[in-house]
Design a protein around this ligand. Sequence first.
Ligand code: ADP
Length: 246
Amino acid sequence: MSDKPEKLITDDGLRLDGRRADEIRPMKIEIGVLSRADGSCYLEWGKNKILVGVFGPREAHPRRSQRSDTAVIRYRYNMASFSVEDRARPGPSRRSIEISKVSREAFEPVIMTELFPKTAIDIFVEVLQADAGTRTAAINASSIALADAGIPMKGLITSCAFGKVDGQIVLDLNKEEDNYGEADFPVAMTQDGDITLLQMDGHLTPEEIRKGLELVKKGCKEILEIQRTVLRKKFETPIVEPEEET
Ligand code: ADP
């Protein structure tokens, strides 16, 4: 790991990657990138690279995992061993199990599981390159992959973190800020702004949390616009004007 830079935010209020406190990293989304999945998404957010495949609703196996009144959502977050600076140990870890659980719960309020009893909806997340904020990036990508699979949802989920760096509240931490910052606070929300994931690592005052949540709302709004643009491009059928008779 590199040494802590003297300052993570310059006197002009710029962060090391040139962003202001309230700016998210550039995000790029591709939809439908896997031919064998029902829905898929490849997302780059800053240096994060995430691939998501969604399968289902399909008959849940083993049978004892089925629920007679609803579909079960299964979310598996996995980090490729080459995704981080030091090799990540393959297989599930406490961290990946926790992220899988909270991310599944972030989607439960919007996926209309009651329409598909006895089935499973599987969301497989592969982190190909990690640079802080992989759980939020994966949730944004999963939202698109679920929509691509045609899974009925009450709306999209968007996700973004805020944190405290050099005593300042900033949006969407990168790896250096995550390593040397004072706090990291990932959030996911519905498009109506209802929070479906909220975690905190570090110490923040209630006032700092209020300020951070305002920043996150702004970030999520921008992400929702990016998600909507990608989905519109794929699903909106162009209006073809009838040719005028001559
Ligand atoms: P998130 O990626 O959602 O921010 P964390 O806060 O747990 O989750 O991790 C922050 C960053 O630390 C990750 O994005 C990744 O760059 C790095 N990291 C996480 N786990 C490992 C690991 N096992 N080995 C090396 N780096 C890791």
